[in-house]
Design a protein around this ligand. Structure first.
Ligand code: IMP
Length: 384
């Protein structure tokens, strides 16, 4: 008997650290091969930057597949949604026919003005360094079973909290997205599940209490969509070539002073959502290895490699307090098209990442543009 519901229709993209790994860019790059891009956790605390040629934008609530005209974009049940912000983002992004390509889960919870007020006034904004977008209080209401869901809005409850202009945009998008995705999967569609934040901010597995309020790891991709683990094919981990963190909390590989200034400036490390300067540090090998292990990551994408070009040296922090120092490499053009054309020292660093993670690095990103993504696996296959 042929087992049903086992289509491996979905791949997952996850951040391996504290968010801001460049997942948006990676999802935008990969989306050409998928029919659906799905957000499964978080809300507009996320900020995913997208750049195609001269066109530059960032999305906060919308999935990062929006720039591909053939892609359906789903905000899953594991997300929390601020209708005001979603309506504004849909209007602002200026992509034609977007409204016909966005579905919002009826079971996603609504971020209300009261939740935002609570997040800003309750002290958590200072204590944890939250984004102040009402994320924590909305998830708390969900767990308390007192929350307002998109389905309630559809049925009339809570509509007084939002203007009719906003409701006109958002209400038609609400549907049972689990059904949409299951049907898509059954019919052979390809689905890309897009994580927000990163494993270090996972409510269960991150650096609690300095975390966000959702599961940013692979488990969230299931609970936040209703798909089965049998539907998952690849888990793609995204790591920056160095580390950043916004907000409070432990950051073992953090650097300070001039070294930090240089890294922050080179990487333009200021929050997409809040504009806050990000804390910066070297890549943390232990954190990366553990994130790969916990999530069953089977391929890695390393982003922002170009940022390390021209620095006096490059480091990687190992778990046992030791560090590996790599020789620097000369800056190379962001238009470089082939992995083998980047400096050998930079490729040695990527080999080092692959070794500590025990996961193949398939792509390396060398510029914010969609085109600045180099395929690497072929090089490995050729070498084998
Ligand atoms: P919240 O998600 O607004 O509750 O914030 C909780 C913690 O997660 C804070 O340290 C935030 O700075 C961090 N955080 C939330 N979203 C992101 C993100 O997209 N990138 C990086 N950090 C984030």
């Amino acid at each position: 008997m042929k087992l049903r519901y086992q289509n491996q229709c979905a791949d997952v993209v996850l951040g391996m650290a504290f968010g801001d790994e460049g997942k948006g860019k990676v999802v935008d790059y990969l989306a050409k091969n998928y029919d659906y891009v799905v957000r499964f956790n978080g809300g507009n605390n996320a900020g995913h930057s997208l750049k195609v040629g001269d066109f530059k934008t960032s999305v906060h609530a919308l999935p990062s597949g929006v720039l591909h005209p053939h892609v359906f974009n789903v905000i899953g049940n594991g997300c929390v949604v601020n209708p005001n912000q979603l309506a504004e983002e849909i209007q602002k992004i200026g992509v034609q026919n977007l409204q016909r390509r966005v579905f919002v889960s009826h079971a996603a919870h609504v971020i209300t003005p009261q939740h935002i007020e609570e997040d800003c006034k309750g002290g958590s904004k200072e204590r944890i360094g939250t984004t102040g977008r009402g994320i924590g209080p909305t998830y708390a209401a969900k767990m308390n079973r007192t929350g307002l869901r998109m389905d309630d809005l559809l049925k009339g409850a809570g509509r007084d909290l939002f203007s009719s202009d906003v409701l006109d945009i958002v209400l038609p998008l609400i549907t049972d997205t689990t059904e949409v995705l299951k049907r898509a999967c059954d019919s052979g569609a390809k689905i890309l599940l897009e994580g927000a934040q990163g494993c270090g901010l996972d409510i269960d597995h991150g650096t609690y209490p300095y975390v966000t309020s959702s599961n940013c790891s692979v488990a969230g991709a299931l609970s936040g969509t209703g798909l089965s683990h049998k539907n998952i094919r690849h888990v793609i981990g995204v790591t920056k070539a160095y580390s950043t963190r916004v907000g409070e909390g432990p950051f073992p590989s953090e650097v300070f002073g001039e070294e930090a200034e240089r890294l922050r400036a080179a990487g333009n490390e200021y929050g997409t959502t809040t504009g806050r300067p990000r804390r910066v540090g070297w890549l943390d090998a232990k954190q990366l290895r553990e994130a790969c292990e916990m999530n069953g990551v089977d391929q890695l994408v390393v982003t922002k490699l170009d940022v390390l070009s021209g620095l006096p040296h490059v480091e990687m922090k190992m778990g046992d307090e030791s560090r590996r120092v790599y020789p620097c490499w000369r800056p190379f053009p962001q238009t470089t098209e082939s992995y083998s054309d980047i400096p050998a020292e930079a490729r040695d660093f990527i080999d080092g990442i692959e070794e500590v993670a025990s996961v193949p690095v398939t792509h390396v990103s060398i510029s914010p543009d969609r085109s600045g993504t180099l395929f690497r696996s072929m090089v490995l296959e050729e070498a084998a």
